[in-house]
Design a protein around this ligand. Sequence first.
Ligand code: HMG
Ligand code: MG
Length: 285
Amino acid sequence: MSEYVEIFEMGPRDGLQNEKRQIPTAEKIGLVDCLSQAGFKRIEVASFVSPKWVPQMADSGDVLAGITRANGVSYAALTPNMRGFDGAVAAKADEIAIFGSASEGFSKANINATIAESLERFVPIMEAAKSISLPVRGYVSCVTDCPYDGPTPPEKVAEVAKHLFDAGCYEISLGDTIGQGTPETITAMLRAVLDVVPADKLAGHYHDTAGRALANIEASLALGVRVFDAAVGGLGGCPYAPGAKGNVATEAVNARLVELGYDTGLNTEILTQAAEMARSMRVEG
Ligand code: HMG
Ligand code: MG
């Protein structure tokens, strides 16, 4: 039996959040329903953030209400504060994610808080989630480079990752938000994080701006990471990280993992179909 490596599908959230055209809710639901048949265990479909900050995600509640939920798939949503938490719970998200940064510049630009303030803001979310046994994932952004502050010290990533892990996040997703990481900087960052969070509680979330995401995934595999975030069609980017391109494309990650002898449990034909669907959503309708 080949070893299982999980791809956490990000397309409906990280993939679409930066699209300029307001994508009709029905199209988003169609994409999620297609992805639900591909064999993913987790799909990030929604984001309960301020619609003034990210207008594209304003219909997140309607997306969660409209999808046909597949057995065994966890449908995830981002929650920056208690208001977002309440929205995600009302929409019956199966899990939520809090998102922090290892760099002050991005933290301020993305969630209008210092790193310390953001960690304080997450406390009531963690408490509320725990009281209803809702799993919480934690993101750390800018794990190698920040569009505002330059290179990120690995120790800072480890500090924020440990904080989120100790606070109760079941997994820490390490974001190369602007896709400037290299196998060397990713390795140095992971070595620091692995001192404080075990490999089986980590995920790699690599954007593909410089075309190095697959190489960064291989570097991470070598250090024991077995979960990777990716978006079908390679869509996406963060509105608060200028120049950031999309997550690495799911179909490319899947092909490389299979080539390396890993089992991803994904149906290639459905992935291809979903990638076409996602790419067509980028075109002005
Ligand atoms: P703020 O302006 O400091 O907060 O924003 P505020 O409390 O003053 O609220 C401002 C307005 O938003 C108010 O409305 C609130 O009611 C409303 P007004 O009174 O002006 O009409 N509001 C909300 N509305 C709906 N849902 C909410 C909510 N909260 C406040 N939850 C805030 C602070 C965190 C809200 C804002 O900065 C925000 O929404 N930021 C999110 C930015 C974002 O979504 N970025 C992309 C996702 S992160 C990412 O892509 C990186 C990742 O992929 C990993 C990686 O790649 O590294 C995860
Ligand atoms: Mg991202």
